[in-house]
Design a binder for this molecule. Structure first.
Ligand code: HEC
Length: 177
């Protein structure tokens, strides 16, 4: 498996062929293949999901004993969210049933409304980034837990607006099979 495919392996579908475009000659300097934008944001979002699950395991488990680990992950989540809108350039809505069947990692699961409501999408990313940042630096454990819950609500409400088949974030997380 390629590195990108391995990073996406937490997905329901394991895209065996997922990889970034290797052949750069078709693209001007600084220009990104839309497939690469899709793969980049899907890997980042998958990582967000994993880090968020880990924060939640800490909240449900030993709790305050692992406070520093939770804060570090919340900080990472905030950084990822700040960069998220830049991974959704114009022209990176690529979807068809045929392409999805051929290689599920090459299609986007975002909805076209995302680009129609760009300001809303952009604002939601930044609001969630700020919530994660504040959670990572909360003055108390209780505030960290409360802000993490706010953050999860912001993840889910953006997914409800702009993602095909959004799944709710499940708590407690289901045990690994
Ligand atoms: C501003 C909107 C927005 C916010 C905030 C947001 N997401 Fe997403 N998320 C999306 C969109 C849009 C997609 C689909 C991306 C694609 O397929 O191109 C997505 C996809 C995902 C995926 C699926 C990845 C894949 O390819 O299967 C996971 C997991 C995920 N997000 C987790 C999170 C978590 C956890 C948070 C909060 C910490 C979060 N997201 C915050 C918009 C958002």
């Amino acid at each position: 498996m390629t590195l990108a495919a391995t990073m996406l392996a937490g997905l329901a579908v394991v895209p065996a062929l997922a990889q970034f475009t290797q052949q750069r000659s078709g693209f001007a300097p600084g220009q990104t293949d839309p497939f690469d934008s899709i793969l980049a944001r899907r890997i980042v979002m998958t990582t967000l999901g994993r880090q968020n699950d880990q924060v939640h395991d800490i909240i449900d488990g030993p709790g305050e004993a692992e406070e520093a680990a939770a804060r570090l992950r919340l900080d990472n989540i905030g950084v990822f969210l700040l960069g998220i809108p830049e991974m959704f350039p114009e022209g990176s809505y690529v979807y068809s049933k045929e392409l999805e069947e051929e290689d599920p990692s090459r299609v986007t699961t975002a909805l076209p409304q995302l680009w129609e409501n760009w300001d809303d999408f952009y604002t939601r990313s930044l609001v969630a980034a700020e919530t994660a940042y504040r959670a990572g630096r909360a003055a108390s454990w209780e505030e960290l837990v409360r802000l993490t819950e706010d953050l999860e609500g912001q993840c889910e409400s953006c997914h409800n607006e702009y993602r095909q088949n959004p799944e709710p974030i499940k708590f407690p997380p289901e045990p690994a099979q």
